[in-house]
Ligand binder design. Structure first.
Ligand code: GLP
Length: 262
């Protein structure tokens, strides 16, 4: 696990963008697959990727985008549905074709249809050859995607109940708490772990405790983001505030400095 602490949120976003670009295949044998997260944390990273496109350093026109999760029960086209959010906040910014964006289908309201949609999503990821780089944020309760505390560490895409904490945190995007869906379809922790590289971005004081528990606490379903410890290629990009509760900070900085010059 590589832990990179930027001086500012912008610096963390730049480092995260470099980690994403370094993890994408360049051989041209198959189309790259980029896992996308919603939330405010990766917005700076998407802007940095957009800048790399403008500078001609990368081209996402052949890249497939795979969303982490979607709410259940929002009507198609709802502005806070994650398909619309990703179309708005990512596709336009990095030049990803909307028809190459896959988002779990949460539009059904009966369980068998949602279970079928979750299976179909896993199959779609498999058909694409798996995710090359999965971008992640972290919930204040340690969730990844919508894998709430208690999620099985090997879980695959499925229907989940949202915790009240998450519904309250996300109520700012809706007219009120009552309008926040109670359920979602989310990639499982096992699905996320199958991506070849994970890049997590977290900024601000509100994430400090969750980041410390995920990176330095025990591997536990109670802190879903602690599965990052299980993955062989994880890069965590933080700003000073999000890194403020880490105990091993000096070690991360030493490791980031690389081999000594001779
Ligand atoms: C939502 C998303 C997560 C995201 C989290 C944190 O719950 N499902 O993928 O990581 O919000 O959001 P923010 O980055 O806005 O704090």
């Amino acid at each position: 696990m590589e832990v990179v602490v930027g001086t500012t949120p912008g610096d963390a976003a730049r480092r995260a963008a470099e980690a994403v670009l370094a993890g994408l295949p360049t051989d041209g044998d198959r189309d790259p697959v980029l896992g996308l997260a919603t939330g405010s944390s990766p917005l700076g990273l998407y802007r940095e990727l957009g800048r790399a496109v403008a500078e001609g350093r990368v081209d996402f026109s052949r890249t497939h985008g795979i969303a982490l999760d979607e709410y259940v029960g929002l009507p198609p086209g709802h502005p806070e549905g994650y398909r619309q959010v990703l179309l708005r906040e990512v596709c336009g910014v990095i030049g990803l074709a909307p028809e190459r964006l896959a988002v779990p289908d949460g539009s059904a309201t009966d369980l068998p249809s949602l279970v079928a949609a979750a299976r179909a999503y896993e199959e779609r990821i498999r058909q694409l050859g798996g995710v090359d780089v999965q971008i992640l944020g972290i919930g204040a309760n340690g969730h990844l995607g919508f894998n709430e505390p208690g999620s099985a560490l090997t879980s695959r895409t499925r229907v989940k109940r949202l915790s009240e904490r998450t519904r309250r945190d996300n109520a700012r995007f809706f007219t009120g708490l009552d309008d926040v869906p109670t359920h979602c379809v989310t990639q499982g922790l096992g699905t996320i772990l199958a991506a070849r590289r994970l890049v997590l971005v977290a900024t601000g004081d509100a994430k400090a405790e969750a980041v410390a528990a995920a990176l330095e606490g025990p591997l536990s379903a109670s802190v879903p983001a602690s599965v990052l410890q299980w993955h062989p290629d994880t890069v965590v990009c933080l700003d000073e505030a999000a890194a403020s509760a880490l105990r091993n900070r000096q070690y991360y900085d030493d490791a980031a400095a690389g081999l000594p010059e001779r």
